[in-house]
Design a protein around this ligand. Sequence first.
Ligand SMILES: CC(C)(COP(=O)(O)OP(=O)(O)OC[C@H]1O[C@@H](n2cnc3c(N)ncnc32)[C@H](O)[C@@H]1OP(=O)(O)O)[C@@H](O)C(=O)NCCC(=O)NCCS
Length: 302
Amino acid sequence: MALSEAQAPVAAESLRLQALGERDVDAGLALSDAAGWNQTGDDWALFVRHGHAIGLRDEQGRWVATAAALPYGSERGWISMVLVADAWRHRGLASRLMDACVAHLRAGGIVPVLDATPAGAEVYRRIGFVPGFEIDRWERRALHPAREPHSAGAVRPAGAGDRDAVLAFDRASTGLDRGFLLDDFLARPETRIWLGNDGRGFVVARAGRRATQIGPLVAGDTGQAIALLEAAIDASAGSAPLARPGERTIFLDLPRARREVAAWLERQGFVRQRPFVRMALAATEPPRLGAAMFVLAGPEFG
Ligand SMILES: CC(C)(COP(=O)(O)OP(=O)(O)OC[C@H]1O[C@@H](n2cnc3c(N)ncnc32)[C@H](O)[C@@H]1OP(=O)(O)O)[C@@H](O)C(=O)NCCC(=O)NCCS
């Protein structure tokens, strides 16, 4: 719940910095909902279980700000979920939580990485983050007419026995050890996964708060990436489990370098919603796009 001006702020320094626990998932969700974001309670639970999810509480114990650091193995970790309740903005809370996330990762020798909006990128650049590649969030609104798939036969739905292959494709394309992330996505009842029949990639579609989120998508080439996207989009817009009323809007985060895929998305009725830039702190080199990475898991997961 956003705080009114009347309730607002004692000194920001008096807020208590604490780790979020499982019981705080709903409070986190209230902040991401207020910002119009797409994360679900499952996503927040994932940050609590596998990451360093922290926040600031007021004197009544209400969470007024959050941030999360999510290490993938011992080399790189993502920072995300930087959210501050309206009444508490412009008092340095986001900066304080950001500093704590950076310190947490660096204490473990892990390079902090994040996907920043243009406004965020300016702030992060000042504290030493260097930009890598650009990303666009693409969106297609609900009720877009479904169409016949053209690439039938190029992909197949994944089964339980495909988990190891999916994790191996992801590791090969990202260089990240993020099996726990994919296992979490795979365990959600509404998640759907397809594999390319050329044996070189996969796509995940999962339910979000506002829209179905497609990604990650790993593929050997653009044609296979589009075939995988078709399967995921058709299932999300059609009659499959992901297509419950209100959940048929689709989001996906595409590196800008994937121009052919972007042109294809435009023909399918997608529009660019907003840009991000991938940034890394004190990295020996800026973040680079893996050769087979076509769609990201999302700005909060990389
Ligand atoms: C962006 C946001 C987290 C800033 O929180 P805050 O506590 O007011 O920020 P601070 O006072 O620590 O930051 C100092 C300055 O850096 C800016 N800043 C910090 N982090 C930022 C970010 N990630 N994106 C944009 N601006 C940011 C702040 O706007 C602030 O500038 P201002 O006081 O002139 O407006 C807050 O406005 C918010 O929750 N917005 C909605 C969610 C969001 O966009 N999160 C960031 C996602 S990358």
